[in-house]
Design a protein around this ligand. Structure first.
Ligand SMILES: [Zn+2]
Ligand SMILES: [Zn+2]
Length: 334
């Protein structure tokens, strides 16, 4: 991974696009550094874990005997998708953005799916994501994409947070999460629940009920499925902040990225999402391949488990596109 040199930390956007005022602390952090110096200390535990995990993933993804174990391939894909839905429909659109409401059974299902994906506690996920939206691509953004692709993709998890990220994160209103009994229960017993949902059941079910090989189940679940989920999630912070169209607002870095939308169940329409973060679709359009999450929320809305789905009016979208878009919208032109 390339070091985070100071040249990468200088924002490429003019100051009037920034979401907050610069503070003296930020100014001191922009001091030039040598190429081998990092902005903050490295978290060696995380770094070694992530590197080893990806080496194993690379090796096993190539050498896995797919023909002998088609069920495990299917099971890995299914668990990856379900975990992904826990992140997109649950942590992201329901809890971080409150873009719709969900009844207790759906909240429990989404929490189970979220914790099956091997993520951190929901509280931290939501706090970091809200901080990201409030201070997008500034020094207070946990995965500030002005620091380059690697930092926004995975580097931010390998380094200690800057003081300003922690300070601004602490100021984020998390009252709703602290008052949500489902999240409180899952986060309180995280140490027991997370290994059960993330490791035990995904391995126990195919081995016990479908007579699958224990060795290859472990490999497919932990060393292939897990890195795939991680990278699909991280891609929203990296690829969808660096590559793609600025259909709704050309003055911000988040982009419309069809590939990220495909791999992250509809989370790559990120220019739209940053302009209208309260829209439950996180995009202007829905679809099976490129916004599966929205279709699933619609499905739950049909049985009444999801309700109060917030959506932006087409007229409002048109106005924004005409004012700030980069001219790539298929219907509304500047
Ligand atoms: Zn968001
Ligand atoms: Zn973003």
């Amino acid at each position: 991974m390339p070091p985070n040199t100071s040249s990468l930390t200088i924002p490429s956007e003019p100051d009037h696009h920034r979401n907050h005022e610069s503070t003296p602390m930020e100014m001191t952090m922009k001091k030039p550094k040598k190429w081998y110096e990092f902005e903050t200390k490295i978290k060696w535990g995380n770094t070694i874990f992530i590197v080893i995990l990806h080496c194993l993933c690379f090796y096993y993804a190539i050498t896995f005997p797919y023909r002998q174990h088609p069920f495990l391939f299917f099971w890995g894909y299914l668990m990856g998708e379900l975990g992904g839905i826990g992140i997109t429909a649950g942590a992201h659109r329901l809890w971080a953005h409150r873009s719709y409401k969900a009844k207790l059974p759906l909240r429990i299902i989404l929490a189970i799916l979220f914790y099956s994906a091997g993520m951190n506690k929901m509280y931290y996920w939501v706090r970091d994501h809200r901080t990201h939206h409030k201070y997008t691509d500034t020094e207070a953004d946990p995965h500030d994409s002005t620091r380059g692709f690697w930092f926004s993709h995975v580097g931010w998890l390998m380094m200690k947070k800057k003081n300003i990220v922690r300070e601004r994160g602490r100021q984020i209103d998390m009252t709703d999460i602290l008052q949500d009994p489902v999240i409180q229960f899952f986060d309180k017993y995280y140490i027991i629940i997370a290994p059960l949902l993330f490791i035990f059941f995904p391995i126990f079910i195919p081995v016990y009920f479908f007579n699958q090989s224990l060795k290859y189940t472990i490999i497919s679940q932990l060393f292939v499925r897990y890195p795939c989920i991680l990278n699909a999630t991280w891609s929203v912070n990296s690829f969808a902040h660096l590559f793609g169209y600025h259909t709704y607002d050309k003055n911000i870095r988040p982009t419309e990225n069809i590939w990220v939308s495909f791999f992250a169940a509809g989370e790559g329409w990120h220019n739209y999402h940053h302009v209208f973060p309260w829209d439950y679709r996180a995009a202007e359009f829905k679809g099976f391949f490129f916004n599966l999450t929205s279709l699933l929320i619609d499905l739950f809305a049909k049985i009444g488990w999801a309700y109060d789905l917030k959506q932006v009016e087409p007229e409002q979208i048109r106005k924004v596109v005409e004012q700030k878009g980069d001219g790539t919208h298929l219907s509304y032109k500047k």
